[in-house]
Ligand binder design. Structure first.
Ligand SMILES: *Cc1c(COP(=O)(O)O)cnc(C)c1O
Length: 403
């Protein structure tokens, strides 16, 4: 068997349909974000597609906490949580996350992906007869967790209250049910009808599992996400989040009741049998969460940048998808073109926006996904829109109708 030949054939297919992923080799330079050094181009570029949404990755409070913890505790955790790896910082961070979401408890994971995979896999897998109702646009980590659980799964139409209710109504009252969905959807930036889903959960005796990865740190008075903003945190069974996006570090978590967190802690293989996050990481994340609970400047700055970008795009009639979030998708609709525009933006204008192609989004909806934050000033935004305008002209792309 020529195994490499098999691998290469599969890769060739990706190249053929334009979905092969090229990584930009960047060097983030603390203090310069959203600028970063691009190896290969050998120059500094402006990054418009980072999930370090609030620039917390270079926040001094976070960095100081990490330097201090690194010097005090050393490099790694030294074990799984169960066998010598639980550090004071992990416990303090879990308490802080529980408080952030107004829950009894929280449980840390090495990534947001793992928190979804392990929690859904464990709960749905161990509740006898459990049915998971999953939004059709849910993130891969939830899909894989549900698949791993081997529970029955029903996929409901995106954000569709009626379709979800029809499915809930058809299920026997006495089977355990989980409604799994996200608050802010990362590619379209739209937001789920959280209250309506919670009402259905109450009516049909279901649990609710909300992925707030693209909202924590950014929405709500303390950065507790859309659920906090809408005063709905106590109605959700599980709130899941990441420490790697708005909070700027790395790691994931769930916040829920004490028995639920203890259940996942006690039965979740992907939690139990993996080395804990370095204490330094927990210390940095703790500082970040605390900082964003007390400060709203970053949130305000992000909102300002989003509003300015949308106005500047409107002024040039460059079409972008309207939504209530900080995610600004500029639709292109064709994989090859999307890559070409991204390349031209980078090489000619020094703006880095990774093209978003299939399978991350459906074919025909390829896009440039822009995530402006508090560190993108008006001048940078105007430059980006100027560059887009030049490309829209050169490529004769469709314009939005003048307002
Ligand atoms: C990024 C992402 C995750 C995974 O979080 P990580 O901390 O990056 O592993 C989970 N859910 C959604 C919706 C995401 O976009």
């Amino acid at each position: 068997m020529n195994y490499d030949q098999i691998f290469q054939t599969a890769l060739d297919a990706l190249h053929a349909d334009g979905s092969y992923r090229y990584f930009a080799e960047l060097e983030r330079r603390s203090g310069r974000f959203p600028k970063a050094f691009h190896h290969g181009l050998d120059r500094e570029v402006t990054v418009w597609c980072s999930n370090d949404y609030l620039g917390m990755g270079q926040n001094k409070v976070v960095l100081d906490a990490m330097h201090k913890a690194l010097d005090e505790t050393g490099a790694g955790a030294g074990g799984t949580r169960n066998i010598s790896g639980t550090n004071h910082y992990h416990v303090a961070l879990e308490k802080e996350l529980a408080a952030l979401h107004g829950k009894e408890a929280a449980l840390l994971f090495n990534s947001g992906y793992l928190s979804n995979w392990v929690t859904l896999g464990t709960i749905a897998g161990r509740l006898k007869g459990c049915v998971v109702l999953s939004d059709e646009l849910n993130h891969a980590s939830m899909i894989e967790g549900i698949r791993h659980s081997r529970a029955d799964k029903q996929i409901f139409r995106h954000n569709d209250v009626e379709d979800l209710e029809r499915r809930l109504k058809a299920l026997p009252a006495d089977v355990p049910k989980i409604i799994a969905f996200e608050s802010v959807y990362s590619m379209d930036g739209d937001i789920a009808p959280i209250k309506a889903f919670c009402d259905l959960a109450d009516r049909y005796g279901a649990m609710t599992y909300l992925d707030e990865v693209h909202a924590v740190g950014m929405y709500g008075e303390q950065g507790g996400g859309i659920a906090e903003k809408l005063g709905l945190s106590d109605r959700l069974t599980v709130i899941e989040g990441t420490l790697g996006k708005g909070f700027g570090v790395v790691g994931g978590y769930i916040a829920a009741s004490a028995p639920l967190c203890d259940f996942v802690r006690s039965f979740g293989s992907g939690f139990i049998f993996s080395t804990a996050l370095p204490p330094m990481i927990a210390a940095g994340a703790l500082a970040s969460v605390r900082y964003l609970r007390e400060h709203s400047e970053e949130r305000a700055g992000q909102q300002r940048a989003v509003a300015h970008l949308r106005e500047a795009l409107n002024a040039k009639n460059i079409p972008h998808v309207g939504n209530p979030s900080h995610i600004v998708p500029v639709m292109v609709g064709e994989a090859q073109l999307c890559r070409e525009l991204s390349d031209a933006l980078l090489k000619r204008f020094g703006h880095y926006i990774q093209p978003i192609n299939y399978p991350t989004v459906p074919r025909g909806t390829e896009r440039l996904r822009i995530t402006p934050g508090p560190l993108h000033d008006d001048g940078m935004i105007d430059e980006l829109v100027e560059a887009l305008d030049v490309l829209w002209q050169e490529y004769q792309l469709r314009r939005a109708k003048a307002a």
